[in-house]
Design a protein around this ligand. Structure first.
Ligand code: AMP
Ligand code: GLY
Length: 424
């Protein structure tokens, strides 16, 4: 079986690593991939948004299954193009990917189908936004409707910052057309939990829970990032919470999408917050999380390719989904200055210390080869150093010890990934 993976981050490295474990898989390509992915897959220099070229590549090389890791191509309709060419592809089509692609759509869906989420209003003009602020308390949350690299959410403490936020998103168009509409939302407090799930259009099966660390600095300070570390499972995701979410959130979302004529096949990432009034949905993503994939996939006992094929064939109900009892924690090694401004191109050493290990893994996010074939830094998030162990505490110690073995000139990491474990 031949597989093509679309994307170039740590998530796609984890997906490729999991696919490579399947004995039926004879060849993996990744477009465009990175230096770590090149260790298991052949990297193809085609960008993730070049749908026609990617589909032509898949046809020419008789690719049996394409897995789309990233949100942009999904929201842009890559799955529709592949399907129209008769190619087997895993991910939601454009109609379904709107679940992530438009926050206004997802909020309206949740309201219509009684899925717990924050109270909200949608503003289509700056004037409408100001009108809404006149009736809301602070802090208030302002969200660009469309994709904004995870940076389109502003928490505004007062009327002044709300006004500035509207200017940034709707007038200055900091995120382009993503800010044509904004969602203005009630500020919620509570612990956040990431629950990823496989969906085949009608059945949903959740993966193990995870906990992200979105802020750049220790103590959850600084700017929002794509994620500086993660662990799985979350000790706060109790069986009671799971039962509640099964009843009120997961299946209801999948049924709602089908009822709207937008059946969803792929991964739904439920971004949850545990409030005093129960779990609520903060956001949906239409793909694996990054770095959630790096801690959830290493724990998955069921074969990833088998599950993905079951989703594509609408037979997810026939396959049991099992996870190991081991805990997993990953620390992201980033370039100092991420997510704003950073240098790249620095040689990385210590990667060989992971060779042959099954409980200490290093997934590459932003790496490349220099002219001499050495691996160098090539992005804000560079590596996700991941460890598996019987407990979260042990996984954390192991991941941090392993993170020390890797060096590059402007290495930056948080030192408190997993701090919540001690509060559980
Ligand atoms: P989102 O992209 O919608 O998940 O938002 C990114 C982050 O902003 C979330 O992970 C939360 O930390 C925060 N956030 C989003 N919505 C709210 C809300 N209604 N109340 C409090 N924090 C929020
Ligand atoms: N780590 C959060 C995300 O992938 O959206």
């Amino acid at each position: 079986m031949k597989i093509l993976i679309i994307g170039s981050g740590g998530r796609e490295h984890a997906i490729a690593w999991a696919c490579a474990k399947n004995p039926r898989v004879e060849k993996i390509w990744c477009a465009p991939g990175n230096a770590g992915i090149a260790g298991i897959a052949e990297c193809v220099p085609i960008g993730a948004m070049e749908f026609e070229r990617l589909a032509a590549f898949a046809k020419e090389n008789a690719v049996d299954l394409t897995i789309v890791g990233m949100d942009d191509p999904l929201v842009g309709g890559i799955v529709d193009i592949f399907k129209s060419e008769g190619l087997r592809v895993f991910g939601p089509d454009k109609k379904a990917a709107v679940l992530e692609g438009s926050k206004a759509f997802s909020k309206d869906l949740m309201k219509k189908y009684d899925i717990p989420t924050a109270e909200y209003h949608i503003a289509r003009t700056p004037e409408e936004a100001m009108e809404i602020f006149a009736h809301t308390g602070y802090p208030v949350v302002l969200k660009a409707d469309g994709l904004a690299l995870g940076k389109g959410v502003l928490i505004c403490e007062d009327a002044y910052s709300a006004r500035e936020g509207v200017r940034e998103l709707m007038e200055d168009k900091k995120f382009g057309s993503a800010g044509d509409q904004v969602v203005i939302e009630e500020f919620l407090t509570g612990r956040e939990i990431s629950v990823l799930s496989f969906v085949d259009g009608k059945t949903v099966k959740t993966m193990a829970s995870a906990m992200d660390h979105k802020r750049a600095g220790d103590g959850d300070t600084g700017l929002n990032t794509g994620g500086m570390g993660n662990f799985s499972p979350s000790p706060f995701y109790t069986p009671e919470i799971d039962a509640y979410c099964r009843e009120h959130i997961y299946q209801r979302t999948v049924d709602a999408m089908a009822a709207e004529g937008r059946p969803f096949t792929g991964v739904i990432f439920f971004g949850l917050i545990l409030t005093e009034k129960g779990p609520k949905v903060l956001e949906y993503n239409a793909r694996f999380g990054d770095p959630e994939a790096q801690v959830v996939l290493p724990r998955m006992k069921t074969d990833l390719v088998d599950v993905i094929e079951a989703c594509v064939d609408g037979k997810l109900d026939e396959i049991p989904l099992e996870f190991s009892e081991d805990a997993c924690l990953c620390v992201v090694l980033a370039s100092d200055g991420y997510p704003v401004k950073y240098e790249k191109g620095f040689p990385i050493s210590g990667l060989e210390t992971f060779e042959g290990k099954t409980d200490e893994l290093v997934f590459h996010a932003g790496t490349a080869f220099d002219g001499d074939g050495n691996i160098v830094t090539n992005g804000g998030r560079v590596l996700a150093v991941t460890a598996l162990a019987p407990t979260l505490q042990e996984a954390r110690s192991k991941a941090y010890a392993a993170a020390e073995r890797v060096t590059f000139a402007n290495k930056y990491m948080r030192h408190d990934i997993g701090h919540a474990i001690d509060e559980a």
